[in-house]
Write a protein that binds this ligand. Structure first.
Ligand code: NAD
Ligand code: FE2
Length: 383
């Protein structure tokens, strides 16, 4: 049996790391960029922190800032047209998961025009050519979309969010500059940080997990566990550590998959526009408890990584409860709501949500096989 690992060609870390952008563009001989981002980041001045560098170096680009959270098929298609119109030859993605994912879809479709409908890219995408080169600058911590081979697009017409998995979409360069993340409001830091924790925990217990990804996921849980609260309080070291922790989780889960938390979170984004990290965070403790008997000794390592004293010697039943409690406490401490009704979930939608969750690409990676009745019951238990 073999294991596959796909990572960026080059990645940079640390406050101010965006300064490396110009050298990378020049070394790679790229001519003109389409900068893919969103209007909030333009207004906040985050985009200028990057485009000022391109301006100063005389590197041409055009701006596409129409991305919205939970990006749609329509916005991807507009982006593909903007890329062609700009006569660009590479993409610079500046943002959280939404601009990163949109840039991936633009890059893939530009080089694989048979998939211009976008929907045909769902699942393991059948593309033949790599995306146009993407340089990804993350502004949340986060989805780790800058290092993953996935992107998630919303099909508004069919009220679905679908995951595309494609080694051809990985950004060639990722820049993880915590100064671009410092402007996140507290609620966004909390939500995206809990998304990263969910990646680390689901990636750690997913069916395809193995020793190398286990090492990455446990390290990510430890970093996120010690730094998310500090990041939410505005401590720059906390923000920088979260930037790293979310990336380390991405190095792992991108290569082995996720589980039922993501499978059940995606329909919430599609139905109600629930922020992705909030949807995951509300679901995570309950689904950890549902999976507990299928995780061997792994929750012991989770409890240790989250700083639970004595976790090394507790009986496994107790340590599993301690791991779930530590995650719930972190979620509570950063102000995540506890019930799905608080994020707008309606009881009459649960059967449809459960059907969508069962069909989601992530659900198959869950360590415990869930059926439709299980998923409905899980949604109802936290309504
Ligand atoms: N590709 C992957 O592997 C992957 C993994 C997980 C999630 N996702 C997807 O990513 C999307 C979520 O991405 P996200 O949670 O990073 O949020 P996002 O990109 O949707 O951004 C949410 C909001 O935060 C704002 N924002 C972003 N950075 C900011 C900053 N530094 N300062 C102030 N405001 C800022 C944005 O303008 C936007 O309004 C979802 O669609 C999700 O499904 C993708
Ligand atoms: Fe996620």
């Amino acid at each position: 049996m073999s294991h596959r690992m796909i990572l960026n060609e080059t990645s940079y870390f640390g406050a101010g790391a965006r300064a490396e952008l110009v050298g990378e563009v020049q070394r790679r001989g790229y001519r003109k960029a389409l900068v893919v981002t969103d209007a909030v980041l333009v207004k906040a001045g985050t985009v200028a922190k990057v485009t000022d560098l391109l301006d100063a170096a005389g590197l041409p680009y055009e701006l596409f800032d129409k991305v919205m959270p939970n990006p749609t098929i329509g916005v991807v298609q507009e982006g593909v047209a903007a890329f062609a119109k700009a006569k660009a030859d590479y993409l610079v993605a500046i943002g959280g998961g939404s601009p990163q994912d949109t840039a991936k879809a633009i890059g893939i479709i530009t080089n694989n025009p048979d998939n211009a409908d976008v929907r045909s890219l769902e699942g393991v995408a059948p593309t033949k050519k790599p995306s146009v080169p993407i340089i990804a600058l993350a502004t949340t911590a986060g989805t780790a979309a800058e290092v993953t081979i996935n992107y998630v697009i919303t099909d508004e017409e069919n009220r679905r969010k679908f995951v595309c998995v494609d080694p051809h979409d990985i950004p060639v360069v990722a820049i993880i500059d915590s100064e671009l993340m410092a402007t996140m409001p507290v609620a966004l830091k909390a939500a995206t940080g809990m998304d990263a924790l969910t990646h680390a925990i689901e990636g750690y217990i997913t069916k395809g997990a193995w020793e190398l990804t286990d090492a990455l996921h446990i390290k990510a849980i430890e970093i996120i566990g010690r730094s998310l609260r500090a990041s939410c309080k505005g401590d720059p070291k906390g923000v920088e550590d979260m930037a790293l922790g979310q990336y380390v989780a991405g190095m792992g889960f991108s290569n082995v998959g996720l589980g039922l938390v993501h499978g059940m979170a995606h329909p919430l984004g599609a139905f109600y526009g629930t922020p992705h990290g909030v949807a995951n965070a509300v679901l995570l403790p309950t689904i950890m408890a549902y999976n507990a008997d299928f995780t061997g000794e792994k929750y012991r390592a989770v409890a240790v990584a989250l700083g639970h004293e004595g976790a090394g010697s507790l009986p496994i039943g107790e340590v599993r409860k301690a791991a779930v409690a530590a995650v719930q406490k972190l979620s509570d401490d950063v102000g995540i709501p506890k019930r799905l009704s608080e994020v707008g979930v309606k009881p009459e939608d649960i059967a449809d949500l459960a059907r969508a969750a069962l069909a989601d690409v992530c659900t198959g990676g869950n360590p415990r096989d869930a059926n439709l009745a299980d998923i409905e019951a899980l949604y109802r238990s936290i309504l």
